[in-house]
Design a protein around this ligand. Structure first.
Ligand SMILES: Cc1ncc(COP(=O)(O)O)c(C=O)c1O
Length: 388
């Protein structure tokens, strides 16, 4: 597939091989490199932090974490303002699940079929693809899965024992599934009516990726707990966070030691997050994702019109675009064609028929046009090779 080249360095929208070969990064982490690889402000701040104090004493006050938490709280949706930093998206989900159970004193979670929340036990229990779960049974108890986008199924599943409904506002690893308009708003109403919390997993969709700061902004809905990760580290450090309303935070207020992490919220990661959040606002990353995403989506739809026998659908929001092929093997051949032209992308983890495009927001219009052109050629080559 042309993937035998070792990565060596990266900058902006590009990853470079050892000989300087430039690969346009259309996978982007996925969702990690929204502000680009090695953003100069993030790298400068990290070099400075490394010289000062890379890890915390865990005894004295940590102003770097405090600053990052204040910035996260400043942009988090609705009344989500209490922040716990961890090291990954999956950890953010674990924390959110624990917060929901402790606050509601209820056992149940309602999640969506095909959803992806990470691969630790709790996150995996909430996720929806059996191939990643089968070898690790029994997973955690209390998880119910309903079809994504089906408000009636959600209403039926959420009951008096439901601690929380956990959803991605757009299912990313299930192949960039955008739910019907009003679905999240109805989910919010169902939760409120039954006394359950709404947890939104914006690990991949957050921080501008979909053309708004949060994907839930498109629906005017805010959760009780939001999970973050990926782009939060500015494309340079691993960091995740769950952010909750004051009411939900009660248990952590009473005893902060009930949920801790040695490296979670360390000064390097928080410094990267702090600068990344400034960059997201200063450089209008959401606006760039909206504008460039619209161009990418329109171009991919044209390609789909030309190859309707192999491309079943094109969908997305902002710079989060999925192209669904009729068969995973065809998708794989097209991915190989793209990589052969030094455009990096991959299939969605829970839906291998879907090739996804999540480039950094710094990708130019010309580069997007090139991606569309190469996609057209790779589709044509694949159709010819298979005699379709
Ligand atoms: C929506 C979503 N939630 C959670 C995760 C898990 O994040 P991590 O791989 O950092 O644990 C991912 C990773 O792809 C994700 O896309």
């Amino acid at each position: 597939m042309g993937l035998e080249v070792a990565e060596h360095s990266a900058e902006g929208a590009y990853v470079y091989g050892p000989e300087g070969e430039a690969y346009l990064d259309c996978l982007g982490g996925p969702g990690v490199f929204t502000i680009g690889h090695r953003h100069p402000k993030v790298i400068a701040a990290l070099k400075q932090q490394l010289d000062l104090m890379p890890l915390s004493s865990h005894i004295l006050l940590d102003p770097v974490m405090a600053e990052a938490a204040e910035k996260v709280a400043g942009i988090a949706p609705g009344a989500c303002e209490f922040v716990f930093f961890c090291n990954s998206g999956a950890e953010a989900i674990e924390g959110a699940l624990k917060a929901a159970r402790s606050h509601t004193r209820r056992p149940g979670f309602v999640c969506a079929e095909g959803g992806f929340h990470g691969k630790t036990f709790g996150a995996l229990s909430a996720s929806g693809r059996d191939v990643y779960k089968a070898d690790f049974e029994p997973l955690l108890q209390g998880f119910t899965h309903v079809p994504f986008g089906d408000a009636d199924a959600l209403a039926t599943a959420v009951g008096n024992d439901t601690a929380a409904v956990l959803l991605e506002p757009i299912q990313c690893e299930n192949g960039i599934i955008v739910p019907p308009d009003g679905y999240l708003a109805t989910a919010r109403e169902i939760c409120d009516a039954r006394g359950a919390l709404l947890i939104l997993d914006e690990v991949q969709t957050g921080l501008g990726r979909t053309g708004r700061m949060w994907a839930c902004d498109h629906d005017g809905v805010s959760p009780d707990i939001i999970a973050l990760g990926k782009a939060l580290g500015g494309g340079a450090m691993p960091i995740g966070a769950f952010v909750a309303t004051e009411a939900v935070w009660d248990i952590f207020d009473q005893n902060p030691y009930v949920h801790t992490s040695t490296f979670g919220g360390n000064p390097m990661a928080c410094r990267a997050a702090s600068v990344a959040l400034d960059v997201v606002t200063e450089e209008n990353i959401a606006g760039l994702c909206a504008e460039r995403g619209a161009r990418l989506l329109a171009g991919m739809r044209q390609v789909a019109d030309e190859f309707g026998n192999v491309i079943a659908d094109v969908r997305g929001r902002g710079l989060l675009v999925g192209v669904e092929f009729v068969d995973p093997d065809i998708a794989n051949l097209v991915i190989a064609g793209l990589v052969g032209e030094r455009i990096l992308t991959a299939f969605a983890l829970n839906q291998p028929r879907v090739v996804r495009f999540e480039p950094p927001a710094v990708i130019t219009s010309e580069e997007i046009d090139r991606v569309i052109g190469v996609m057209r050629q790779a589709s044509a080559d694949t159709v010819e090779m298979l005699g379709l």
